[in-house]
Design a protein around this ligand. Structure first.
Ligand code: GDP
Ligand code: MG
Length: 171
């Protein structure tokens, strides 16, 4: 947050968490590069993408971090969370176990969060209802949205909602 010749700049670190294969990496590549990878393998190494948006005429940059495949071992390191001001907590609407594990992920950090039910294009094999998602979000005071990294439904909206929420908290 620097004030440089009257222009203000914001840089927010946001993390994406949730069980393996819920679509975290694809949500990020859809948002940052408008790309989807049907055969994505576990992310190797810590990776982040930076995206900018304008709020109140100010440039707000979000540095969005993707887990390094550590999610399978419940071993996301503190370095990953350090400095984060927001999080997308993602489950897969076709796998109940990923929804049941959300509580554990929520316990990991105390920052602006949004609950994401991803893969909403797979309506025919849905295992977690919209109502269940909404209910869990309400009970934890989170925003909620169903997304599809595959067909782009709500991806931009979800990321921008978190960024706007963080901006609203600090400005
Ligand atoms: P991560 O382990 O959470 O990073 O998950 P990935 O982004 O690697 O995705 C895991 C698998 O789910 C891959 O085969 C993706 O192609 C697929 N996938 C991710 N998002 C979606 C989605 O919105 N819809 C569908 N149908 N498949 C998805
Ligand atoms: Mg990944």
């Amino acid at each position: 947050m620097s004030d440089d010749e009257g222009g203000e700049e914001y840089l927010f670190k946001i993390v994406i968490i949730g069980d393996s294969a819920v679509g975290k990496s694809n949500l990020l590549t859809r948002y940052a590069r408008n790309e989807f990878n049907p055969n994505s393998k576990a992310t190797i190494g810590v990776e982040f993408q930076t995206q900018s948006m304008v709020i109140d005429g100010k440039e707000v940059k979000a540095q969005i971090w993707d887990t390094a495949g550590q999610e399978r071992f419940r071993a996301v390191t503190s370095a990953y969370y350090r400095g984060a001001v927001g999080a997308l907590v993602v489950y897969d609407i076709t796998r109940s176990s990923t929804f049941e594990n959300i509580g554990r992920w929520l316990d990991e950090l105390n920052i602006a969060k949004m609950l994401i039910g991803n893969k909403c294009d797979l309506e025919s094999i849905r295992a977690v209802s919209v109502e269940e998602g909404k209910g869990l979000a309400e009970s934890h005071g989170l925003f909620f949205m169903e997304t599809s990294a595959l067909d782009s439904t709500n991806v931009k909206t979800a990321f921008e909602m978190v960024i706007r929420e963080i901006y609203g908290n600090i400005s």
